[in-house]
Design a protein. Structure first.
Length: 154
């Protein structure tokens, strides 16, 4: 029996490690599938009519501020599409007191190069959308667009 004890403990330890690895892998794949499903649901866009787009879109125009480094100035207009009429009402209520300051803060931390190419602008808009969604009391911004932009050196 004494000779079998090390073998038994080694076998039990091996079985325990295998079971633990299987449990962790199954848990991780379930988490990945659920997060992929959430991403797919959030990126699935509904085809809206022109009237619905107008109903759910809010504009912030004539934003002028310095970019990071204070060597460039930007003037831009933005359009934000929200997911519901209630969200648009909330957006309109807090647009000047919470949304616009958040945009100005984001622009103050933005380098001019970050607004030069389409990919960089898309990245800027996605970060801005996340920032605005944190400010909204209900609903969320589903799409952000730059409708006009001018970046000039001082």
């Amino acid at each position: 029996m004494k000779k079998m004890l090390p073998w038994l403990s080694t076998i039990m330890l091996g079985i325990t490690l295998i079971v633990l690895a299987v449990v962790l892998l199954v848990d991780r794949t379930n988490a990945d599938e659920s997060s992929n499903q959430e991403v797919a649901e959030s990126t699935a866009t509904k085809h809206l009519s022109a009237d619905e787009i107008v109903e759910l879109t809010s504009e912030i125009t004539d934003i002028k501020t310095n970019l990071a480094g204070y060597t460039n100035i930007v003037q831009l207009n933005l359009a934000f599409q929200v997911n519901s009429k209630e969200a648009k009402e909330d957006f309109e209520k807090i647009k000047e007191i919470q949304i616009k300051p958040a945009i100005l803060q984001k622009l103050a931390d933005t380098q001019p190069e970050q607004l030069e190419s389409g990919k960089n602008r898309d990245l800027f808009l996605s970060e801005l959308t996340e920032l605005i969604n944190k400010e909204l009391p209900s609903g969320r911004v589903t799409e952000s667009k730059i409708t006009s932009i001018v970046v000039a050196g001082l």
